[in-house]
Design a protein around this ligand. Structure first.
Ligand code: GAP
Length: 516
């Protein structure tokens, strides 16, 4: 299936099965804002639990925090967000559409990459088994020409971004003849900076009200609580503070469903370390976070690191973990070595000391920070895109059937167990309810008696429910049921009293956490 089609199908599947809805849909929607439905919220909570447990439970020296969204406005001055949290924007004069200049350029680079991919695919077909991809890339003139364009574009782009050279960005757009996807013209305005923070007013009267910002990252709430947590928790370096919460950015180009939103959620951890030890910890967290992603079983070939050419003003090393979404490899998580920049800035602006007395060294210093920052919504999209499968099934009568199945890792699945009475009489619904009443303390269970058993299976395949239990007439006599496994579609007869153990073994977080 073409990746574009897959993406469209994912979006409509999310809507049809109660995972994700457009915000304010009845009023024609609000751009780049989404609501999570009855299954979406469960999956999201499970993703957050897996992240939280892998940070706060597995690491004795990582503790949690839940700081407020509203914070003192000076925090954003100190952090650099008021002055430097900008995107370069450019308008097309004909379509009146607004774009991020950097995104237009990155899309152009992706076009060159796409041309190389096409050459490789063609050559693979032509040469079959004998095809040597590395050799082909090093010698094929068309691949080399496109690679040359990519290298030149990347170098110019990195320089313009590093130098904050807006004219340079516009010149790249003109030189590479980048046109507006809507009007098709190259009639561009100058490139301007656009601050991404939303602001509002706090206070009851216009005179007394002060401008405050909706946080664009949760990290600053951690920095300004560093001393509170360190002192009250008697934390020694190295230690981490983890937080999950909403963040807001007035994204210029909001597209690709929940990939780029104006209201989204982050899971961030700041790890405070001795100066000079930050690279050791940067390496540690880079590896650990990649292992966390790969523990979900979506295939290691679908992940890669992307080390930054352009470092943010506060970082001395930075990498992204990219996942292969249906629209290509894109960032799902960032790992940054942020030096002592943030703590020092807050020290300067607040006048309070953010130092740590290290008893081993017998000296005080401002800690360095290594940050891991992952978007919950991008993680959600990763899980959904990797799990969505369309299958052809051979039936016993020789005919074929098809099904859509969300092969979610069982511990992340919203509903763990669906219980069906074979028919709506003969006391079977009562037994099904009895099973749910017994298991609902451990698992999210659903009762379903509508339609044929086959249709009920399909419904729960599409939701991603790992187990369906059917109560039939034999159940009434011997207290056994059939349990059907989502991925293999195999069924086995088991005792009701064994259900808790069988399901529990399969849906527990423990196995995944132990693998880290
Ligand atoms: N504290 C560091 C920080 O916020 P970032 O790279 O700007 O770094 C971290 O954001 C993560 O937050 C990204 O890797 C991404 O997963 C998520 N994220 C950022 N902007 C987003 C948006 N507009 N919509 C959804 N997720 C976003």
């Amino acid at each position: 299936m073409a990746q574009e089609d897959l993406f469209k199908k994912l979006v409509s599947h999310c809507k049809e099965y109660g995972y994700v809805f457009q915000s304010s849909e009845v009023y024609d929607g609000l751009s780049a804002v989404y609501d999570y439905g009855q299954y979406g919220v469960e999956l999201k909570n499970n993703i957050k639990k897996y992240w939280w447990d892998s940070m706060v439970l597995l690491y004795e020296n990582v503790v949690g925090l839940d700081s407020a969204i509203f914070m003192h406005p000076t925090i954003w001055k100190a952090s650099g967000h008021v002055d430097a949290f900008n995107d370069p924007l450019v308008d097309n004069k004909d379509s009146k559409k607004r774009y991020r200049a950097d995104v237009l350029i990155e899309d152009q680079r992706a076009k060159f990459e796409g041309k190389i991919e096409k050459e490789i695919t063609k050559a693979k077909k032509r040469f079959g088994e004998a095809f040597n991809e590395d050799q082909f890339k090093e010698t094929n003139p068309r691949v080399l020409a496109n690679q040359g364009k990519i290298d030149e574009l990347t170098a110019r782009f990195a320089k313009a971004m590093n130098d904050n050279d807006l004219e340079g960005l516009k010149q790249i757009i003109l030189d590479y003849e980048i046109s507006c996807p809507v009007s098709g013209t190259k009639n561009w305005t100058d490139v301007r900076q656009f601050n991404l923070m939303f602001s509002t007013e706090m206070g009851s009267t216009a005179e007394g009200a002060s401008k405050i910002y909706l946080r664009p990252e949760t990290a600053q709430g951690i920095f300004v609580n560093y001393l509170n947590v360190q002192k009250t928790g008697r934390m020694k370096l190295p230690f981490g503070i983890a937080q999950i919460g909403k963040a807001f950015r007035n994204e210029i180009v909001a597209r690709q469903f929940i990939f780029r939103m104006r209201e989204f959620e982050q899971m961030e951890m700041q790890y405070f370390v001795r100066p000079g030890e930050e690279m050791k910890w940067f390496k540690h967290w880079k590896q650990f976070r990649m292992k966390w992603h790969q523990s979900l079983g979506f295939g290691s070939e679908n992940y890669r690191f992307h080390d930054h050419d352009k470092l943010a003003h506060y970082a001395n090393a930075a990498t992204d973990i990219e996942f292969k979404y249906p629209f290509g490899f894109k960032e799902v998580e960032g790992i940054h070595s942020r030096t002592d920049y943030d703590l020092k800035q807050h020290q300067e602006y607040s006048g309070k000391k953010f130092q740590f007395f290290d008893p081993e060294l017998n000296e005080s210093y401002t800690p360095y920070v290594v940050e891991t920052s992952i978007g919950v919504d991008r993680m959600f999209l990763q899980v959904i895109s990797a799990s969505y499968t369309e299958e052809e099934i051979k039936k016993e009568n020789g005919k074929t059937d098809s099904r859509v199945v969300l092969s979610l890792p069982a511990f992340l699945a919203p509903v763990k167990l669906a219980v069906f009475p074979l028919i709506k009489k003969d006391g079977l619904p009562d037994i099904a309810r009895e099973i749910i009443n017994e298991l609902k303390f451990d698992f999210y269970c659903q009762y379903d008696e509508k339609d044929s058993i086959g249709k009920r299976y399909r419904r729960h395949d599409a939701i991603g429910t790992p187990f369906c239990v059917t109560v039939d007439h034999q159940t009434a006599t011997d207290r056994t049921v059939t349990i059907r496994h989502r991925d293999t579609m195999e069924q086995e007869r088991v005792k009701i009293e064994d259900l808790k153990r069988i399901i529990g073994e399969n849906v527990s977080y423990e196995k995944a956490l132990r693998s880290l």
